[in-house]
Design a binder for this molecule. Structure first.
Ligand SMILES: *[C@@H]1O[C@H](CO)[C@@H](O)[C@H](O)[C@H]1NC(C)=O
Ligand SMILES: *[C@@H]1O[C@H](CO)[C@@H](O)[C@H](O)[C@H]1NC(C)=O
Length: 492
């Protein structure tokens, strides 16, 4: 099967998507007509049935991407730039449809999608389109004469996209991949692939040649595994769980040593010193654990507050962070959508037990919200021991673990006491302290007096078990290109 379906978007307006795999600029059924059933996390009801890529389909997609690469790699930079900008314009034009799909499929607030995810996506495409004619090497002098380096595209690449911010994270992979001259197969998340079905339509409308962008939904264990094993996929960029990230790396080692970049989550510390602007700290720390229901890899899920302001902070944090209007993510009155699935909700709730067992004090929440959808109350624990699982493990939900600290040294040690190192936030008005602490924290990103911004021109990625490689910014281009040295003998 591969047919069009009509879904109810924002204000009841119809959104049409095709249910097929998008290969070679066409929607096609999967081999054996395999499908995946998609639910609406706000209601638990069946939403759509989408083609599920099998191994044979991945082979087809790779063949298509390979064929496209032979001309795309030498296409004029202006051509790549023009197409990327055309796609950005179309995403802007169809923003409400994409945001509607993210709302009904991923439970993301329509307003967040419209206000953040889509503008970020558009910005990433436009930013990287500007790099298309700046993927430059160096000119070097060597004893034999001279040399230069060329930054060349890698070839057929794959991007495995997570369910938490699917469109935006797609753009983090798609944009530098295209600017550098690669072709790419995007595997959309099995829990919420609908945005990708719409994006595929826009890819055709923008005028991309067939095979430059292939978009396939499929199970991680089938389609994701097939991409990760594929001998002719030269690079794979994955955002998702640490367990799967490790498998992907091991698979690369066992197969063709494809280049792997991984973004695997975190346990972000938000550190509030007593010299901080209290209101600002409260605003950003609350946002840091409630945006997208805490289902963001940079979530500020560990909050360390200096003992002198600790009692005041937890009282005001709880008053603020416990508030939420749960409901349909399409409605502007809703401030909190569902989490992605029943499984994920159970997993989050299992940490409530663990938090109580480890002696933490439940400040608010800790329970599911009744109803058919996968809603959960904003949850926070205070006085959490550093060794408690709720302080160490990534929960990926609206779940804050709070503890106090006395000194700067103590909080640096606590912040670094994690297997993760993705993002951290520091709140202080003392400039010297800000310099010291940002330097001492092991993380790919540290924000001062704010939390979690992502900017198209600023590299993003982790250290330690948060991953390998960078997305966004010029650094991302390095991860989507390979360097060739060309040397000329002028002497003998
Ligand atoms: C897939 O579905 C199409 C249309 O319903 C049908 O003609 C075809 O036989 C099916 N193929 C397989 C392998 O089931
Ligand atoms: C992080 O903190 C730990 C403990 O204080 C320290 O050993 C480590 O050197 C710190 N990391 C950096 C990059 O300073």
């Amino acid at each position: 099967m591969a047919s069009s379906i009509v879904l109810n978007g924002s204000e009841g307006r119809p959104v049409t998507v095709n249910t097929g795999l998008f290969i070679d600029n066409e929607f096609v059924p999967s081999s054996g007509n395999a499908t995946i059933d998609i639910e609406n996390p706000s209601t638990g009801a069946h939403l759509a049935t989408i083609s599920a890529a099998q191994k044979e389909d991945i082979d087809r997609a790779v063949a298509s991407s390979e064929k496209a690469f032979s001309t795309w790699k030498t296409s004029a930079p202006g051509v790549r730039r023009g197409l990327m900008n055309a796609l950005a314009d179309l995403i802007e034009k169809h923003a409400w449809e994409l945001a509607s799909l993210e709302a009904i499929d991923a439970g993301i607030l329509y307003s967040d999608s419209m206000g953040l995810h889509i503008p970020q996506t558009v910005e990433n495409l436009r930013y990287f389109s500007g790099w298309a004619d700046k993927v430059d090497g160096q000119s070097l002098t060597i004893a034999e004469g001279f040399a230069y380096t060329r930054r060349e595209p890698i070839g057929v690449c794959a991007g495995i996209v997570p369910w938490n911010s699917p469109l935006m994270i797609t753009s983090w992979k798609l944009s530098p991949a295209l600017a550098a001259g690669n072709t790419i197969i995007l595997k959309t998340p099995e829990l919420c692939p609908l945005f990708g079905q719409k994006l595929a339509q826009l890819v055709v409308e923008a005028g991309f040649p067939p095979g430059v962008i292939n978009i396939v939904c499929g199970l991680g264990t089938v389609a994701g595994a097939a991409l990760s094993e594929h001998m002719r996929v030269k690079k794979l960029s994955f955002t998702g769980s640490p367990a799967v990230g490790r498998q992907i790396m091991a698979t690369s080692a066992r197969t063709n040593l494809k280049k792997v970049t991984l973004e695997l989550g975190g346990k972000g510390p938000s550190i509030v010193f007593d010299d901080a602007d209290f209101e600002k700290a409260l605003f950003w720390t609350t946002m840091g654990i409630s945006v997208n229901n805490g289902q963001v890899c940079i979530a500020g899920s560990r909050i360390y507050v200096q003992d002198t302001i600790y009692d005041k902070f937890i009282k005001e944090f709880s008053a603020r962070a416990s508030k939420a209007v749960h409901g349909d993510p399409l409605l502007s009155t809703t401030t909190k959508g569902p989490v992605i699935s029943a499984v994920q909700r159970e997993r989050i709730l299992s940490f409530v037990e663990k938090g109580l067992e480890s002696g933490g004090a439940l400040l608010h929440g800790g329970k599911a919200i009744d109803g058919p959808g996968h809603f959960i109350a904003n949850t926070a624990f205070a006085n959490v021991d550093q060794s408690a699982s709720i302080m160490q493990q990534e929960i990926f939900g609206p779940f804050a673990s709070i503890a106090s600290f006395k000194t700067e040294e103590e909080v640096i040690a606590k912040a670094n006491d994690s297997v993760y190192g993705l993002s951290a936030a520091v709140f202080t008005t003392n400039l010297d302290r800000a310099f010291r602490v940002t330097e001492a924290i092991e993380a790919g990103q540290v924000t001062v007096n704010m939390w979690g911004t992502v900017n198209a021109n600023t590299p993003f990625g982790g250290v330690k078990e948060s991953g390998i490689g960078r997305e966004m910014g010029k650094d991302a281009l390095d991860d989507w290109t390979t360097v060739k040295s060309v040397k000329y003998n002028l002497k003998m």
